[in-house]
Design a protein around this ligand. Structure first.
Ligand SMILES: NC(=O)c1ccc[n+]([C@@H]2O[C@H](COP(=O)([O-])OP(=O)(O)OC[C@H]3O[C@@H](n4cnc5c(N)ncnc54)[C@H](O)[C@@H]3O)[C@@H](O)[C@H]2O)c1
Length: 337
């Protein structure tokens, strides 16, 4: 049995705490918001996971030092926009070599850093790992079969994280490709916005399949140029996460996209979804990265046009359909004519 601090009391931190508690670990959740801690302590139910009872043995605290003290593992589960400020707050309490598993998904807009790079910058004494994959909190918290990947630099650390999370319904693979895992996880949210917009416009399964397939082509092109591995983009944290986020009603990025496809502005859609829509932040970062690495990312470009330059979603689809003619995979060769 391990002692685990879950830093972040959103739906994902809560679902993972329930999973870890079920695996027999002593689990305590920290929230930056004292009122949230009081609400969770009193109800043992998260307001956005109303069907899931949080066991009495899961602890809650607003005291970060307490949440981190004597823990074998810290799970960083705050939304990506709060990762830097939370990591900074953790600095004084983190022990040398303490393992942090980041489960948030995003890229910092102004620095273009991945979240583990941010954590390493703010907490140089940490052993940073990641856990990602096609895994919605609503399903994990109900024990529906799910698969994820634990990424770490060293094999034994990845295997430690794997052993902590793995259960009868939560299967965990390991990988040394932290960068590839994080890029796939962050960039898929941009494609999910596009998939939602296509749904909102009333388009069909053909359109969805096109967005998923051409979306992973864009993500892989950029990700490989940045140092991620092809195999990772073809795996659970690449195509796997992209499929679930483009298809599921649990995806807030897709839900926001649907509203925009139906004609709402970005601000209206974000207000209606009522949760942080991370794809909106990652969209700008993805565009900046595509320019920095000179990688063609037409879907990312059009999503940015819609979000920030007022282009109607329908027009953006025409732009994509009528781009200059291309070969599907530039790595393939023709027979000589
Ligand atoms: N929800 C999922 O199914 C899921 C699955 C995999 C990964 N993720 C990733 O996990 C991360 C968290 O997602 P979520 O769904 O739990 O988000 P959420 O929207 O449920 O998180 C809201 C929570 O953020 C916390 N918060 C608010 N302000 C804060 C601040 N200033 N500092 C620190 N914490 C603050 C509060 O505890 C609040 O309840 C995201 O990056 C998301 O992409 C989510």
């Amino acid at each position: 049995m391990a002692s685990i601090g879950v830093i972040g009391a959103g739906t994902w931190g809560t679902a993972l705490a329930v999973l870890l508690n079920g695996n027999g670990h002593q689990t305590e959740i920290w929230s930056a918001i004292p009122e949230e801690v009081e609400e969770l302590k009193a109800a043992h139910v998260h307001r956005n996971l109303p069907e899931v009872r949080i066991p009495e043995t899961v602890g809650f605290t607003a005291d970060l030092q307490e949440a981190m003290a004597d823990k074998d593992l810290l799970v960083l589960a705050v939304p990506s926009v709060f990762v830097r400020e939370t990591a900074r707050k953790m600095r004084n309490y983190l022990k040398e070599g303490q393992i942090i598993t980041n489960v948030a998904k995003g890229i910092e807009e102004n620095t273009l850093m991945t979240l583990s790079q941010i954590i390493e910058e703010e907490l140089p004494q940490a052993e940073v790992t990641v856990l990602s994959g096609p895994s919605h909190a609503e399903e994990v918290s109900k024990g529906l079969p799910t698969t994820c990947v634990a990424g770490a630099r060293k094999k034994h650390v990845a295997e430690f994280v794997q052993s902590i999370f793995m259960s009868r319904t939560f299967r965990v693979y390991t990988s040394p490709d932290i960068l590839g895992i994080e890029l796939g996880s962050a960039l898929k949210n941009v494609i999910a916005l596009a998939a939602g917009m296509a749904d909102g416009l009333g388009y069909g399964d053909n359109t969805k399949a096109a967005l998923i397939t051409r979306g992973i082509a864009e993500i892989s092109r950029l990700g490989i140029d940045m140092g991620g591995k092809m195999e990772t983009f073809a795996g659970l944290t690449g195509i796997g996460d992209l499929i679930v986020t483009c298809a599921s009603m649990h995806s807030r990025n897709r839900r926001a996209g649907i509203l925009m496809g139906q004609g709402r502005t970005m601000e209206e859609a974000m207000a209606e979804v009522k949760m942080v829509v991370e794809g909106v932040y990652s969209a700008k970062a993805a565009l900046a990265l595509s320019q920095k690495y000179h990688v063609s990312m037409p879907i990312v470009e059009q999503v940015n046009e819609i979000l920030f330059n007022g282009m109607p979603a329908k027009e953006a689809v025409s732009e994509l359909m009528l781009r200059d003619k291309r070969i599907e995979n530039s790595g393939l060769e023709w027979e000589e004519e």
